[in-house]
Design a protein around this ligand. Sequence first.
Ligand code: PGA
Length: 257
Amino acid sequence: MTSRVPVVGGNWKMNLDLASAAELADDIVAGLGASELQCDVMLFPPFPYLHTVGKILGHHAVLLGAQNVWTEANGAYTGEVSTSMLHDLATTVVLVGHSERRHVIGEDDALVARKVRAALAADLRVVLCVGETLDQRHAGQTETVVLGQIRSGLSDVTVPEMARVVIAYEPVWAIGTGATATPEDAQAVHASIRAWISDRFGAATGAATRIQYGGSVTPRNAAELFAQPDIDGGLIGGASLKADAFLAIVRAAISTP
Ligand code: PGA
């Protein structure tokens, strides 16, 4: 049994159009009902749809999230978006270090750490994403890679700030591939992450920090993953684009002890 409130995020990536984003947000809000009280639900639409989706979320307890943020408050950073711009749109949480930002766009650990710093300093919540590639897993480097990313990403974070941090463990090879980690393999990594956080920030912070699993989570496999003692919900890509599937995953997080 865990006393941690589960957290389920919908990462819409660079998908949908304005009308379908609004419809999806509408359907999710309508489908959540009272269940939103037992699970933190976060939606991460593309930047151009934040305003519209934020208006739909309105007074509902669903958190509006951004998929990325820049490190500086303002200035000559063409194409980037600052924390204050996110605040203007009532965004309260940001994804940092997503696998696609690291491996497709080329963000390194140092930049990820600066983004974590900037977001926390601006009173945002952070979902820090970490995960190993298939080659790294085959080479037996999973723990080294994942804990290295965590150590770097959280290097300047304080104990009080950790209350606004969620970790998302997302093996790169499982994202968008249909190849989910087994619940046991995911649990082993989550346990190592929690042990590291307890070591670095103290046992209370280790026990309180939510660690999501991400990578091909679906309504079929969600309950089994969420039943693991150190898995506190999921970060959902593909399955978050369909309201029914996403709501089923939220329900799995709520009903799994
Ligand atoms: P997926 O994506 O659920 O489509 O594998 C997860 C993610 O990238 O956060």
